[in-house]
Design a protein around this ligand. Structure first.
Ligand SMILES: [Zn+2]
Length: 191
């Protein structure tokens, strides 16, 4: 564990260029790092006293124990998610993947409501927000594959429907479970 009094590491005689910490797998800057904190009497606040080795994780693709990548950021860069033009070009989550996952979910939600079902443990917004977090994983698994149908129709939409059907029953899939659903759909749709 490294000992540090704050989260930025800058050289004493160089102007500190702001950096963006990014996930090496999906390129998101929605990353976190676990560590220990000590109570500081002077500032009446918790201060970071150390960062755990292997403590970095990505909220976007749910990977843990990752090596964060530094990218120089503009002084006015927003954190953690900047404007689209500030985001890394590749790899990014395909907005159509997200759209078709949501379309599939809409089918599941409509069917669920038609049966008089309630949403367990949260509302529709929470369900959709949770569901589309799987989109980078879906794109990653589909990358470089040849689909005989269309990826959005054959994979993203049914993925959204199947996962949403389980979520309305209170079964929130782990990243591994969601990946298993995606893998099966991709296997069925590739040449
Ligand atoms: Zn990631």
């Amino acid at each position: 564990m490294s000992t540090t009094t704050n989260l930025t590491e800058t050289s004493a005689n160089q102007a500190p260029a702001p950096v963006r910490k990014m996930c090496p797998h999906c390129g998101s800057d929605d990353v976190i790092h676990t560590g220990t904190m000590v109570w500081d009497i002077a500032s009446q606040d918790w201060m970071v006293s150390g960062l755990y080795d292997k403590g970095a994780a990505c909220n976007a693709c749910d990977r843990e124990n990752i090596e964060l990548v530094d990218e120089t950021a503009g002084v006015d860069a927003a954190s953690p998610a900047g404007a689209p033009q500030d985001r890394p070009v590749s790899p990014t989550t395909d907005p159509l993947t997200i759209a078709y996952i949501a379309l599939g979910a809409a089918t599941a939600l409509t069917a669920h409501r038609a049966k008089g079902g309630e949403l367990i443990g949260g509302g529709e917004l929470e369900l959709i927000a949770e569901l589309i977090r799987h989109a980078p994983m879906l794109d990653r698994l589909a990358e470089g594959k040849d689909f005989d149908g269309v990826y959005y129709y054959e994979v993203a939409e049914p993925f959204g429907k199947q996962v949403a059907e389980r979520m309305v029953d209170g079964d929130y899939l782990s990243p591994q479970e969601a990946e298993a659903v995606a893998s099966e759909l991709i296997a069925g749709a590739t040449v």
